[in-house]
Design a protein around this ligand. Structure first.
Ligand code: C2E
Ligand code: MG
Ligand code: MG
Length: 706
């Protein structure tokens, strides 16, 4: 039997005292309930109202009971859009079947935001056809949130890469995740109820385990590296954190251990490390690793005031074998050499491959006596050479090899770097090569002052280029009438102490290393900028620039020229590259291909110092060159030496036949010029017509609009 509080309820003042008392009691009681108690009515015409709703509606909906007593519409304004349909359906179903209404749904409240609610009520059909529900609504937002958290935790537990192991306070395993099974090799069933001791590697002593427990006791957690054992017996390092889970009274209810398998990380690290520090062909250390280790040795040697050595070993005639027998054999040979040398050396020594057939050895053991250190290095060098001569075999074929070895003792001075030491060994090695190979040479003792000077010059030049000490000079080239038709760009080095240094004093030295590339690049850039400037001023002239073979042979040479032309805006038609005969001896076809590429852009090639080198007229025909430069040495005596005169005449005839322009270098007298003019069409370059001058001076003497 239900009592309806509103509906046909008499006005408040006329309400019977009894009814009033029970209403007040209900209001009082309902105020003690966490949530709303209500009586909800649905009329036959679909009208909703709350004949009774407890005061909690103020807090939970921001509405007063009066606002919804006659019409429940304001109450439904807060439905979450996604849950609105479900809510309506559940109520209609309850009304139709007169079944208990039990539903969880969300609201969006102006002040509280999204909240979860649980409604529960029993419907009753009234005589007039309306339906009356009695029930309650509570806020279940917290429960919902913690359910969501738990779901998330469970998902993390299942999917993380780290192993998770949960034990009870007596250290019996109560839960493990899939990562645990993957890392340890145990299934969940095999470990539940067991003590984590089953993973013990026996690598840690009692004190270690005591420390772990102590930390858990004192701080509630422990973290560190620990070695455990997998089911298959393999011992592996892991990074583990253990924490205590405590109840509100502070009693431990669980221990949670999380660990990751460091061995996988270590393996990946090792692989990455291997790639960046190793030579791919032989697996030996590469230059970077060698320099790093050498740097450490150098620091040790400094600190202890004792000596160690570096050997630089370059195989003799390796190139010949490589060319004659092919790259595959060459590679196999290098591997055999790497293995052989490794066997001879002490495990502490470091063997590296720096370049194709160039190996370096670091003998890091320190010796107090400089001379003894030297003698030991020499002994090692001889042992290595002996092994190369007798022990290198590929496919059962014996290859008697030998090497040129440079030895550098260190430390030499306080400022020295590992590159300096290697450079010294390199210079000594070149000295050994120059002496015919098959020997070991010290940087120190046997290298005279000249070598040391060269070493210094090289260092200074390297710094000087960056410091803007190079200068562009130009020497005019004139035709038979004396009109300037071009110029050769020549480099000078403005040394801060030694003044203007001519190229003869540093170019040959620079050519022994990539230093020449830096010089050439600087010059090419300067010439391109000059050409652009000449063009802009309407002075059309060709300018030649010297390109050394080492520079030309760089893989990116063609790109570099393009880049420099583009950067400056110079016209390639006015650029002449002077190359020497030496360039085409190695890699004829590759050189020709590059020359063709550049020629097709309009760049001209000039064969410098013609007559001094291999002077094969045969290949001249096959090269895309436009010009020959007869070397000064032939011009010098052209008016007095019949041999030279005949040679120059021949060159002129051949050039004419091949449609090549000829430039005579070193024309110092009118007689020489006359001789040349009477034998062909020749462009003159020599002191008689003009010396090399700084670019600004040269520009100043240039007639405008030349
Ligand atoms: P080169 O290319 O054969 O240059 C001609 C050399 O002969 C220049 O010497 C020039 O000054 C000199 N010369 C010209 N006419 C006369 C003359 O009438 N009498 C005498 N006694 N000498 C004359 P420079 O400038 O000392 O250059 C020497 C060499 O240095 C050049 O020979 C070239 O091989 C090299 N060089 C110069 N600048 C560069 C450069 O920028 N890059 C490269 N890779 N090499 C360069
Ligand atoms: Mg030249
Ligand atoms: Mg020349």
């Amino acid at each position: 039997m239900t009592t309806e509080f509103e509906g046909k309820q008499p006005p408040r003042n006329s309400m019977s005292a009894k009814l009033q008392r029970s209403h007040d009691l209900l209001v009082k009681l309902s105020a003690q309930v966490p949530g709303i108690i209500f009586q909800f009515r649905m009329d036959r015409d679909g009208h909703f109202s709350f004949p009774f709703i407890s005061d909690a509606v103020r807090e939970m909906y921001g509405l007063t009971p009066e606002q919804v007593r006659e019409d429940a519409t304001p109450f439904f304004a807060f439905r979450h859009p996604e849950d609105a349909d479900g809510l309506a359906t559940s109520m209609l179903e309850s009304a139709r079947n007169l079944s208990r209404w039990h539903h969880e749904y969300r609201l969006v409240l102006p002040k509280l935001g999204v909240r979860w609610r649980l409604g529960d009520a029993q419907p009753e059909k009234q005589k007039d056809g309306s339906i009356l529900w009695h029930g309650f609504i509570t806020d279940i937002t917290e429960r919902k949130q913690s359910e969501e958290r738990r779901r998330l935790n469970a998902r993390v537990f299942e999917t993380v890469g780290e192993a998770i192991m949960v034990t009870d306070p007596q250290a019996n395993i109560v839960a493990v995740n899939p990562a645990f099974c993957r890392i340890t090799g145990y299934s969940e069933a095999e470990v539940l109820g067991k003590n984590p001791r089953i993973l013990n590697s026996n690598r840690h002593n009692k004190a270690f385990h005591k420390g772990v427990w102590q930390s858990l006791h004192d701080y509630g957690e422990w973290a560190g590296e620990i070695w455990n054992r997998r089911k298959n017996g393999e011992v592996f390092p892991e990074w583990q954190t253990i924490s205590c889970v405590k109840d509100p009274t502070g009693k431990v209810t669980q221990y949670v251990a999380v660990f990751s398998d460091l061995s996988e990380i270590r393996k990946a690290q090792d692989a990455a490390e291997h790639l960046s520090w190793r030579d791919a062909l032989t697996g030996l250390a590469n230059r970077a690793l060698f320099l790093r280790q050498l740097g450490q040795s150098l620091a040790n040697a400094h600190r202890e005031g004792r000596y160690a050595d570096v050997l630089l070993l370059d195989l003799d005639r390796f190139k010949d074998i490589n060319e004659a027998r092919g790259l595959a054999l060459g590679d196999a040979l290098l591997k055999a050499v790497a293995e052989c040398l490794t066997q001879i050396l002490h495990p502490d020594d470091l063997l590296a491959r720096l370049d194709s057939d160039e190996f370096a050895v670091l003998l890091p053991r320190l010796t107090a006596d400089r001379e003894i250190a030297g003698r030991e290095a020499l002994a090692v060098a001889e042992k290595l050479r002996e092994a190369l001569r007798t022990r290198i075999e590929v496919d059962a074929e014996h290859f008697p090899l030998d090497a040129s070895i440079g030895i550098a003792l260190f430390p030499e001075s306080a400022q020295e770097t590992s590159s300096d030491v290697l450079r010294q060994a390199d210079m000594a090695m070149h000295q050994a090569k120059a002496a015919g190979g098959g020997c070991a040479v010290f940087f120190e003792a046997t290298m005279g002052q000249t070598i040391r000077d060269r070493y210094r010059v090289e260092r200074e030049l390297r710094l000087g280029i960056d410091d803007g000490q190079l200068r562009l000079y130009l020497q005019p080239q004139v035709d038979a009438t004396g009109r300037q038709v071009g110029a050769e760009a020549l480099v000078r080095w403005q040394h801060p102490e030694r003044g203007l240094v001519p190229p003869g004093a540093f170019i040959p030295l620079a050519e022994t290393s990539d230093l020449i590339v830096a010089v050439d690049r600087w010059m090419l850039g300067a010439v391109c900028r000059l050409l652009a400037r000449l063009d802009a001023e309407g002075r059309v002239l060709r300018v030649s620039v010297n390109i050394s073979p080492r520079h030309f042979q760089k893989d990116d040479f063609v790109d570099e020229v393009k880049r420099q032309l583009a950067a400056s805006g110079a016209d390639p038609l006015h650029l002449v590259l002077e190359v020497t005969e030496g360039l085409v001896i190695d890699n004829f076809s590759e050189v020709v291909a590059k020359m063709n590429l550049l020629s097709s852009m309009g760049i001209h090639f000039s064969m410098d110092d013609f007559g001094t080198g291999y002077s094969s007229l045969a290949y001249l025909k096959r090269l895309p060159i436009h010009e020959l430069k007869i070397d000064k040495s032939f011009i010098d005596d052209v008016t007095t030496e019949p041999n030279d005169a005949a040679l120059v005449e021949t060159i002129l005839a051949v050039a004419q036949h091949l449609h090549l322009q000829v430039v005579a270098e070193g024309v110092e007298t009118q007689a020489q010029a006359d001789f040349l003019n009477s034998h062909g069409q020749v462009i003159h370059q020599g002191y008689h017509f003009g010396r090399p001058e700084p670019v600004e001076a040269w520009l100043a003497q240039l007639p405008s609009g030349a």
